[in-house]
Design a binder for this molecule. Structure first.
Ligand SMILES: Cc1ncc(COP(=O)(O)O)c(C=O)c1O
Length: 387
């Protein structure tokens, strides 16, 4: 073992080894930059898996966390909280019309578990449909509808319900695969881990129409693509498609763990006392963060900025190994002429952190919404120097 490997092994002595870790140990962050203890700076175009929408050290969020921690670190859902109502109001207003009821939870997977429960409650059916290459989380229900989980990591002896996986991009298969047995169809309108794959307006409108014709609910998993990442509040806004439920997490708290299930009147009518529950979901600090994130996105006009800077990436970064682009806003896939793993490692060596995806030739960018053109120029110059 070399010195660096030895040091890493000592550092992780008590952590389960379930993650492949990159050779950079951030100690702090400012804006779109991360810095290690030795002062090495890395441009973060991955945002902690799409979480750090406002980047690092954002004054509004830092002040909010400091104030909220002094006011009341935690209280349960057994007591009403003004900040919980305010956060729900802000999120319902930020979301597309028609999904105006909010249930706060802690993670994307937990939001999807509750969406599943509500789907089965509304539609007394036994099947779920989801898409190939989709990712919905690691818990029993969310994992059951995650593409490839059964072969890779699912681990439980059986899944709790039947799932039909639909190939991407072929709406002619809907009639065969989404039927009057389907309780709900779950889809990431722009897939994250699947490679920043954008299903597009025509496909999603056809999906909505077919779900209506067979009485299946449509659930948009916007855990990764929601909260402004596409340059629109939600992908549902961008495409003008009205889902029955939306799940959201990641950027919602900019790193403070919080997620939510948004429901239409049809679904919320089925939500009775005790239908769902959680200890930490809807806690005061999480809710203060939700409100602060939405205020920052709106007051700093970050949706406009995401659209503008994302276009700039597409205009300037078709250089070096990059042959094309897919995705939307700051959920962007750079198609490469060689394995993304190699380019990912080479970029980190020169101080740029990006992401990979299930598709081995896609380099995935999930930068903070505060990214500017000058940062894109750094990426372009680095890519230009890679063959
Ligand atoms: C689209 C999507 N859904 C669900 C999840 C699961 O979220 P969490 O890790 O917060 O449980 C993720 C996480 O990457 C995701 O990208």
């Amino acid at each position: 073992m070399d010195v660096a490997t030895n040091e890493r092994a000592a550092m992780h002595a008590h952590l389960d080894e379930v993650y492949t870790m990159l050779p950079f140990t951030p100690a702090k962050g400012a804006g779109v930059w991360l810095e290690d203890a030795a002062g090495r700076r890395v441009l973060d175009l991955y945002g902690g898996h799409a979480v750090a929408a406002l980047g690092y050290g954002h004054p509004r969020l830092s002040d909010t966390i400091a104030r909220a921690s002094r006011d009341l670190v935690f209280q349960t859902n057994a007591l009403p909280l003004k900040i919980r109502d305010e956060a729900a109001d802000a999120l319902a207003e930020f979301a597309p019309p028609g999904v105006g009821r909010v249930f706060f939870v802690n993670s994307g997977a937990e939001a999807n578990e509750n969406a599943l429960k509500m789907a089965f409650r509304v539609n007394k059916r036994t099947h779920i449909a989801a898409f190939e290459f989709g990712f919905h989380g690691r818990t029993p229900g969310a994992g059951a509808m995650t593409w490839g989980a059964a072969e890779k990591w699912y681990g439980l002896p059986r899944t709790p319900f039947d799932v039909t996986f639909i190939p991407r991009g072929d709406s002619s298969l809907f009639a065969k695969l989404i039927t009057d047995k389907t309780a709900a169809v779950f889809i990431e309108p722009v897939q994250g881990l699947g490679g920043a794959y954008d299903f597009g307006a025509e496909f999603l409108h056809a999906l909505r129409k077919h779900c209506d014709s067979v009485g299946a609910l449509l659930v948009f998993d916007e855990v990764q693509c929601g909260m402004g990442r596409t340059g629109h509040a939600f992908a549902a806004n961008m495409y003008g498609v009205q889902p029955d439920m939306i799940t959201v997490a990641k950027a919602l708290g900019n790193g403070f763990p919080v997620a939510a299930l948004l429901t239409s009147p049809k679904v919320s009518a089925a939500i009775k006392l005790d239908a769902m529950g959680t200890t930490y979901g809807g806690g005061p600090m999480a809710c203060a963060c939700v409100e602060a994130v939405i205020e920052a996105i709106e007051s700093e006009k970050l949706l406009d900025r995401v659209r503008r800077v994302s276009s700039y990436i597409r205009e300037t970064c078709a250089v070096g190994p990059v042959t094309g682009f897919q995705g939307a806003g700051h959920l962007l896939g750079l198609r490469l002429n060689r394995p993304a793993k190699e380019v990912h490692a080479e970029l980190l060596e020169v101080g740029i952190l990006a992401g990979t995806a299930t598709d081995p030739s896609i380099l995935r960018l999930l930068p903070p919404f505060i990214l500017e053109e000058q940062h894109v120029d750094i990426l372009r110059d680095a890519l230009t120097h890679l063959s």
